[in-house]
Design a protein around this ligand. Sequence first.
Ligand code: CU
Length: 259
Amino acid sequence: MTEWFANHILGMPELASQNGQAVDALIVYVHWLMLALFIGWLAYFGYAIRRFRATRHPKADYEGVKNHASNYIELTVAGIEAVLLIGIAIPVWAKAVDHFPDAKDSTVIYVMGQQFNWHARYAGPDGVFGRQDMKFVSDTNIFGVDPNDPAGKDDIQLSPAYAIHVPVGKPVIAYVSSKDVIHSFKIVAMRVCQDAIPGLRIPCWFTPTKIGRYQINCAQLCGNGHSAMSSGFLIVESQADYDKWLQSKSAATSPSSFE
Ligand SMILES: [Cu+2]
């Protein structure tokens, strides 16, 4: 029912992540409440127009309503809103920001926004990211990877990242940052959106459930080429295809690429 309402009445965009189910459910519940309020208010409006029409009440009544029905209705609505906020919205948010999956069971990527592209970095075959430092940042070394750190030699950098590959059914942890202004890493199908702020590396996570190609957007108006930041895609593929892709990328990476 929730899914049918989301797809057919609200016209929600395609959902391709596990964490997004709770987000969509919350959106649907809020709309159900809004629908009930809309119908309730409309019915009351019609009732008031008829009940207090001028022909029946030529003279105004200065005492007004004496029963407490409206108080009870208001309390009920407030109660439902409290359940939505405390019982559903806050736990969904807490899970998103506080209950990160284990990094060793996840695909970890670093994402960097720059006017007007996304860049991405993978740890490479050793699974360890090379050290990063501001002082190494240059036009080619977007992430400021330390050229002397051996752990960074096999790291894979996509600049710009038109296709960020991840395996299906496994959590993805993305550390989001920016090289210039504030951007926002948004993948609608994953129900994930994280601001990219210069000087900060903020993690966000999602678990893709459907193989496919999903658009990455920038959700902060970041300059006159802002719309060009939609040219990046998240490629969700099988573990085997992902491994193959990673292999081809790491073979192409030479240690001198950061110098
Ligand atoms: Cu942007």
